[in-house]
Design a protein around this ligand. Structure first.
Ligand code: PBG
Length: 322
C-alpha cells in the first residue's frame, strides 16, 4: 500500500527525494546606484535594501560576492531628470560610471543593467511623451542609445523593462551595429501593470506623475498574451525571457517553461519582498521560511533564474557553514 509519509520521516530522507532546489547560481540581487560619494541611504519602503553611491556600492558587491553572489541587476537614480530622460544615455551617467567601476574592480562579476526611462524622466513614464501619451516609436531610438551606452560601459547583459513594442529589435540592431553582437538581451517580456512595484517606485522616485502604466505594461488578467509578447521578443533577438512579478504569476512562468526554449527569468519584485519583510518585522511570519518558500515555488514553477531582493540573504541561508 502507498504510504507517503515513509519518505517524509526525517530531513535526510526528505532531502533525498526533494524535487526542487534553489541554488546560489540561480540568484540575482538588484542594486540601486546614486550619485555622490560615501553614501548609503536606507529605502524606507524596503527595509534592508539601500541606495549606494558607486564607491559604497563596490563594498556592497564585495560582501555579496563573499557569500557566493555571481550576478546583480543595477538601477540608476540620476541627480538630474528631464522630459526626455537624457541622463539615461549619458556616458557620464550614474549607471554608466558605476558599471565601469564595477567591471574594473570585479571583472568576473556579472552585471545586468535595467534599460528604462522612468527613473530618468520628470514625468516618470517609461517612454517619451507626445501630447500626454507615451509615444512608442519616438522612444525606440532613445532606448537603443541607452542600451548602447550600457554596453559601452561594460554591462554583460542588457535588460529592457519599458514594454514598448519593437524595442528588442531596435536595441539588438543598435548593439550589433556598434560591435556588441555578443551582448545578450534579457527581455522583460511579460511585465504586468502590477501594484507590487509600489516600494520600488518609492526607492527610485519613478512613480508616474500622471496616469498609470497600463497602456504599455500588460493587463494582469492575461496569460495567452504573455506568449505573444515572449515570442515577439524572441523573434526580435531576445536571449533570455522574463516574467515579472513572479509570485502572483507562477502560471505564466510555468507556461513559458513549457513553451519556450530559452532561459526563463522570474523577477520577484519589491512588493513581494516588502510584504514578507513587513510581516516578519511584526513577527507574524518566519522570514527565512517564507522567503525560501517563495523562491522555491518560483523555481518549481519553472524559472531558471530568479531576481530577488532576498538573493543575498538566501545565499547566507543556503551556505553550509553558517
Ligand atoms: C522600470 C522598472 C520597474 C521595476 C523594474 N524596472 C518599475 C516599474 O515598471 O514601475 C520594478 C521592480 C520592482 O518592483 O522590484 N520600468
Amino acid at each position: 500500500m502507498s504510504r507517503y509519509r515513509r519518505l517524509r520521516r526525517h530531513e535526510t530522507l526528505r532531502q533525498l527525494v526533494r524535487e526542487t532546489r534553489v541554488s546560489p547560481a540561480d540568484l540575482i540581487q538588484p542594486f540601486f546606484v546614486i550619485e555622490g560619494k560615501e553614501k548609503r541611504e536606507a529605502i524606507v519602503s524596503m527595509p534592508g535594501i539601500y541606495r549606494y553611491s558607486a564607491d559604497k556600492l563596490l563594498r556592497a558587491i564585495e560582501q555579496y560576492r563573499n557569500l557566493g553572489g555571481k550576478a546583480g541587476i543595477f538601477f540608476g537614480i540620476p541627480g538630474r531628470k528631464d522630459a526626455q530622460g537624457s541622463s539615461a544615455h549619458s556616458d557620464n551617467g550614474v549607471i554608466q560610471k558605476a558599471v565601469k567601476l564595477i567591471k574594473k574592480t570585479f571583472p568576473d562579476f556579472l552585471v545586468i543593467t535595467d534599460v528604462c526611462l522612468c527613473e530618468y524622466t520628470t514625468h516618470g513614464h517609461c517612454g517619451l511623451l507626445t501630447g500626454g501619451d507615451v509615444d512608442n516609436d519616438k522612444t525606440l531610438p532613445v532606448l537603443a542609445r541607452v542600451a548602447l551606452s550600457h554596453a559601452q560601459a561594460g554591462a554583460d547583459i542588457i535588460a529592457p523593462s519599458d514594454m514598448m513594442d519593437l524595442r528588442i529589435k531596435s536595441i539588438r540592431t543598435e548593439l550589433d551595429r556598434n560591435g556588441f553582437a555578443d551582448i545578450p538581451i534579457l527581455s522583460y517580456a511579460a511585465k504586468y501593470a502590477s501594484a507590487f512595484y509600489g516600494p520600488f517606485r518609492t526607492a527610485v522616485n519613478s512613480a508616474p506623475q500622471f496616469g498609470d502604466r497600463k497602456s504599455y505594461q500588460m493587463d494582469i488578467a492575461n496569460r495567452r498574451e504573455a506568449i505573444k509578447e515572449a515570442l515577439a521578443d524572441f523573434d526580435q533577438g531576445a536571449d533570455l525571457i522574463m516574467v515579472k512579478p513572479a509570485l502572483a504569476y507562477l502560471d505564466v512562468i510555468a507556461l513559458f517553461k513549457a513553451q519556450l526554449n530559452v532561459p526563463i527569468v522570474a523577477y520577484s519584485v519589491s512588493g513581494e519582498y516588502s510584504m514578507v519583510k513587513a510581516a516578519a518585522m511584526a513577527s507574524w511570519i518566519s522570514e527565512q521560511d517564507a522567503a525560501m518558500e517563495i523562491l522555491t515555488a518560483i523555481k518549481r514553477a519553472g524559472a531558471d533564474l530568479i531576481i530577488s531582493y532576498y538573493a543575498q540573504e538566501a545565499l547566507r541561508w543556503l551556505s553550509p557553514n553558517r
